[in-house]
Design a binder for this molecule. Structure first.
Ligand SMILES: Nc1nc2c(c(=O)[nH]1)N[C@H]1C(S)=C(S)[C@@H](COP(=O)(O)OP(=O)(O)OC[C@H]3O[C@@H](n4cnc5c(N)ncnc54)[C@H](O)[C@@H]3O)O[C@H]1N2
Ligand code: MOO
Length: 395
């Protein structure tokens, strides 16, 4: 059987980072920066007041209390300003440009608030309540390097340095196709032998959380030709395809049947539990990567976390590597099949502990939903006593 690490290496070797795209700022949230962004001018672009108060020359208020004539009012946004001479004050608002000659702002709270003359109660030192030009960023400074994930604060600084459009690695568009004649859309009544389709909901949500755009392409029955038609139609809009079901050893395995003969998708047994049967390769003229995940709900979910999420990160230009883990100490004994790496569903407890949930079957979706972690048990370990230090993937 192939190891989990080898399978992930093959995937990351095949998957390519998406071509960059220029987007309006409003559409850039969740993408990754594909250019270095520098400030075209200093930020702030001019010296300005940090408070509402009075612009003064600090030497004129050094012996406060003093009273000075107020010769002008400066609001934020005011353009051309007269300079301030010795012994004068100007009323100034937060964000308004500091007039030439002034080197300090006296907050209004230290004064009588006068408009023609102002009584200043205490001295303000040079630079008091003044925000200097370039104090945030100097002209030409890089504010965001290539590869930065764009969140709210990064969007803020892009706009703050005057950008309207930005070059990014776009969100990967991912189509999820579920296969299985037994599957029914949730919300519709179940007939005999049927279950509600759930994998595509979890997978699309996982794609979105990982920074992609996920689309459910609906359910395909156990018919290879029908599956290929659906795949063909979906390839037009997909950077990546995920299928679930139809990859094991049964008599009706439409995904394996349809993709196997293409020769570009390999179906393998990976030494892991759950998620042993895995298909991966490329399809179509554009060599779109395709993951053929096993149908058991926990298996498809765990496969997503281990294999699809790292692929999506690479496509977005984010740092490559396996899904990160943390350490925790087990609160109960664990069992694992020999020769397979297990990903047991668990719950983090207080103080860095983790315990397995009670039901560990690949079909036990409710137990997965009750877990918040996958406990990793290495291939060569079959039993672990309580109190063992283990690797854990937070969910
Ligand atoms: N003889 C063998 N049988 C099986 C083997 C094996 O090695 N030899 N492997 C088992 C393992 S492990 C897994 S995992 C599954 C994988 O099966 P498939 O990928 O072919 O998936 P299906 O047979 O279509 O479905 C499996 C199971 O999951 C349910 N399912 C499928 N799709 C969905 C969905 N979208 N939403 C909810 N539930 C879904 C389906 O009803 C089945 O119960 O094969 C084992 N068998
Ligand atoms: O390996 Mo399968 O994925 O147990 O259920």
């Amino acid at each position: 059987m192939k190891s989990v690490d080898d399978h992930l290496s093959d995937i990351l070797r095949t998957v390519r980072v998406l071509a960059p795209l220029e987007l309006e700022l409003e559409r850039a949230l969740g993408t990754t920066l594909a250019e270095e962004v520098a400030a075209p001018v200093a930020m702030p672009p001019f010296d300005n007041s940090a408070m509402d108060g009075y612009a003064v020359r600090s030497e004129d208020v050094a012996d406060a209390p003093v009273t000075l004539p107020v010769i002008d009012d400066i609001a934020a946004g005011d353009g051309r300003l007269q300079a301030i001479g010795p012994g004068m004050a100007m009323r100034i608002m937060t964000g308004a440009p500091l007039p030439a000659g002034a080197d300090a702002v006296v907050p209004v709270e230290w004064t009588d608030g006068g408009t023609a003359r102002v009584a200043i109660g205490r001295p303000a030192v040079k630079g008091n309540a003044v925000r200097r030009s370039g104090e945030d960023v100097r002209a030409g400074d890089v504010v965001l390097p290539v590869g930065t994930p764009i969140g709210p604060a990064q969007l803020g600084v892009l706009a703050g340095v005057g950008r309207r459009r930005v070059l990014v690695r776009p969100r990967p568009r991912v189509v999820v196709i579920s296969t299985g004649a037994e599957l029914v859309e949730p919300g519709l009544p179940l007939g005999p032998g049927q279950i509600w389709e759930s994998n595509s909901f979890a997978l699309v949500a996982g794609v979105r959380e990982a920074g992609g755009e996920g689309y459910r392409a609906g359910i395909v029955g156990d018919d290879a030709a029908g599956f290929l038609d659906q795949l063909d139609a979906q390839l037009l809009r997909a950077d990546l395809v995920i299928t679930s079901g139809g990859v094991s050893m049964g008599a009706y395995e439409p995904v394996k049947e349809a993709l196997g003969p293409l020769g570009t998708v390999r179906f393998e047994r990976v030494a892991m539990q759950p998620g042993m049967p895995q298909g991966f390769g490329v399809v179509g003229e554009d060599q779109v990567p395709i993951f053929a995940l096993p149908g058991n709900p926990v298996s498809s979910f765990v496969s997503f976390v281990l294999f699809v999420r790292p692929a999506l990160r690479k496509m977005q230009g984010l740092p490559e590597g396996p899904t990160p883990t943390v350490r925790a100490v087990t609160t109960g004994p664990l069992r694992s099949p020999e020769g397979k790496r297990s990903y047991l569903r668990g719950v983090f407890g207080p103080g860095g502990t983790v315990g397995p949930v009670r039901r560990q079957g690949s079909h036990q979706l409710a137990a997965l939903a009750a877990a918040n972690a996958l406990i990793v048990v290495p291939e060569d370990v079959t039993e672990l006593p309580e109190g063992t230090d283990v690797e854990v993937i937070p969910l």
